[in-house]
Ligand binder design. Structure first.
Ligand code: ARG
Length: 632
């Protein structure tokens, strides 16, 4: 058997496992809710293009040319060849020789390699290369035995903190939170799949005026509560008996009231501000109420995330950054960066060559309160201390890009984050309705995430109910998975920076680039294996059809797609690759009639292929945060 792995030294990787059920998380507690486990990996597989580049470079060198000319890429004309190398053209300039002659020399050398089925010089000097079937089969077999499934593993695994939640306490999740959750979860999984450490932090908005508004409103609605009385003994406080649904109703009501330009509206706003200020100074009664609001609200938020198969390792809130604010101010002062401007304390962050005006970042407002930027800066102190990350990624709406530019520049200037640490705002576009404007409810309001999910779930349930393949008691869970796959794939197939249109019929279609098509492919393979027997190893003796070879090659190239997706921080590349694999498989399935095949070796090879496709597809979907279904 060919050894198609690179010789890498044994390395030890630490990977964060799946988050435990963290229903009992405590706001502000440092309790990590993940399992730590360690994979010992003897080596990381080289990608096919790397292996071929090495072989071709050696061939260039053996012919007396520079090895650097040997870069091989996947062919853009799969009808002509599997891989190509265009190095002979650059060689022609170096060696004053016709590119075709150089390509012919190299092709003749490569042709001696038993791993290569075809190496030919064509046209003006292109080098077309095909791998031998034996090599492709061995590579796929190695991939399946590799715990990383052929996904290139980081040489020096970085630690990356991902900030991708940003829900606000006492406010329901709305569709604006959907993209952060879906993209952030996929990126976190992609980071882990490539052998790196990812730490997901929800960064709860738990410290702003919204809390003051809710408490002030509760005081107006429930003047009878004993907690408002002077000298109330908090040791007897047993909660406020309010549901998340009520909280979700109270916030918009209170917010609207505070914006009314009437004496009542203004008085209410002043009250809410006073409550917020007192809370931030540690008022015990407000603190007790605040904790209770967070407990109720977070349980609801977490339930929504659970439905979507989204989780976080840490449930830190903006309030947890409070204790780092004094250190932040000290650091800014030490560097002489903080100065007063119109009563506020600010730091200049404009840079020469800025194309837009980057105003100074406000660290303290004129009333001495902290704002969004203060919290993000203080949070960076916490993150650097606790996690020493190499990179911090913020998966937040693109419209916040100026805020992040200011925060990142200030953090670097103050030395809170060393120059070597990368801070990245991975902005995303909006989810639009058919009219091309941000998706709204019928009456023009912001749609709650739960409402959107409910719509998709009902659609999926209607489909699943018609199916005769699944047991009645499984249908609700299958419908949930189908709905989540539709929402997530419909989102992730678009590059994150782009806006996209939410189109339920399109997202649920059984064919095309949809979650349903991919779940359907996995379910179809499950039923093939059920009917024909699941192989217990990959022991194919040969490749019997072109469509089969195309699938094998697609499988063998899946590692490169992950590597590219990681480099670009673009889960859509994993979506595209998974779709192409499923599409290739559909062609193979159409061509090769597995159930009727009489030749035992052929049938075994095809069942092996089915199992291999399912394994790779399931991993791709898992990286996208999508759960599969057995049958539907
Ligand atoms: N809570 C914020 C919002 O609703 C999002 C927070 C994003 N993360 C951050 N570190 N700023 O807009």
């Amino acid at each position: 058997m060919n050894d198609c792995r690179g010789c890498l030294k044994v390395k030890q990787q630490t990977i964060f496992g799946v988050a435990k059920n963290s229903a009992n998380f405590v706001q502000g507690s440092a309790m990590p809710n993940y399992d730590l486990y360690t994979i010992r990996k003897a080596d990381s597989m080289n990608t096919l293009t790397k292996i071929l580049t090495d072989k071709t470079s050696a061939a260039f060198e053996a012919c007396g040319y520079s090895a650097e000319l040997g870069a091989v890429t996947v062919s853009d004309r799969p009808d002509l060849c599997q891989f190509q190398c265009n190095g002979a053209f650059a060689g022609a300039k170096l060696y004053h020789k016709a590119p075709r002659m150089i390509a012919s020399d190299v092709a003749a050398k490569l042709a001696n390699d038993p791993d290569i089925a075809k190496a030919e010089a064509v046209g003006a000097g292109f080098l077309n290369i095909d791998l031998s079937d034996g090599f492709i089969l061995n590579y796929v077999s190695d991939m399946l035995a590799d715990p990383a499934l052929g996904i290139p593993q980081a040489e020096k695994p970085e630690t990356i903190v991902l900030d991708y939640g940003g829900p606000n306490v006492a406010k329901p999740l709305h569709i604006g939170h959907l993209r952060a959750a879906v993209i952030g979860e996929a990126l976190k999984r992609l980071v882990r799949a490539t052998g790196r450490t990812a730490i997901g932090d929800v960064h709860l908005g738990d410290w702003g005026l919204q809390i003051g508004l809710v408490i002030a409103e509760l005081k107006e609605r429930h003047p009878e509560w004993e907690i408002w009385q002077e000298g109330y003994d908090l040791s007897g406080f047993g909660g406020i008996g309010i549901t998340a649904e009520e909280l979700n109703e109270i916030y918009p009501f209170a917010s609207k009231k505070s914006k009314e330009e009437t004496p009542e509206g203004e008085a209410f706003k002043a009250k809410a501000k006073a409550v917020t200020a007192a809370l931030q100074k540690g008022d015990p009664v407000y603190t007790a109420l605040w904790k209770e609001i967070i407990r109720i609200s977070c349980a609801d938020v977490k339930r929504n995330y659970d439905t979507l198969n989204v989780s976080f390792d840490y449930w830190y809130g903006e309030s947890d950054a409070e204790k780092y604010v004094p250190e932040l101010i000290d650091r800014l002062n030490e560097k002489g960066l903080l100065y007063e401007s119109e009563g506020a304390m600010v730091v200049d962050v404009a840079e020469e060559g800025d194309k837009i005006t980057v105003p100074p970042v406000i660290v303290k407002k004129s009333d001495n309160s902290n704002i969004y930027a203060t919290t993000d800066l203080a949070t960076l102190i916490q993150r650097m201390k606790d996690w020493k990350p190499d990179e911090v990624w913020y998966v937040v709406d693109s419209r916040q890009s100026l805020h992040f530019t200011q925060v990142f520049r200030c953090a670097k200037k103050a030395g809170i984050v060393p120059e070597s640490v990368k801070l990245e705002h991975l902005g995303f576009g909006t989810m639009n309705g058919a009219d091309g404007k941000p998706y709204k409810t019928r009456d023009g309001g912001v749609m709650r995430l739960e409402t959107l999910y409910g719509m998709v779930y009902d659609y999926a349930k209607g489909m699943v109910d018609k199916s005769t393949h699944s047991a009645e008691e499984d249908k609700a869970d299958i419908a949930r998975r189908v709905a989540v796959a539709a929402i997530k794939f419909g989102d992730l197939i678009n590059h994150r920076a782009k806006d996209y249109v939410f189109d339920l019929d399109k997202f649920m279609a059984a064919e095309g680039k949809t979650g349903s098509f991919l779940l359907y492919t996995v379910a179809r393979i499950n039923s093939i294996l059920k009917q024909n027997g699941t192989p217990d190893g990959f022991d194919s003796e040969g490749i019997y059809a072109d469509s089969e070879r195309a699938v094998l090659l697609k499988l063998a190239l899946s590692g490169e797609a992950y590597a590219a997706a990681y480099r670009e921080k673009a889960p859509n590349m994993v979506c595209e690759d998974a779709y192409k694999l499923a599409d290739c498989f559909a062609k193979f399935y159409h061509d090769c009639h597995i159930a009727n095949e009489q030749d035992a070796a052929k049938k075994r090879a095809w069942l092996n292929l089915c199992l291999a496709v399912r394994t790779v597809l399931e991993r791709q979907l898992d990286v996208l945060g999508i759960e599969t279904v057995e049958l539907f």
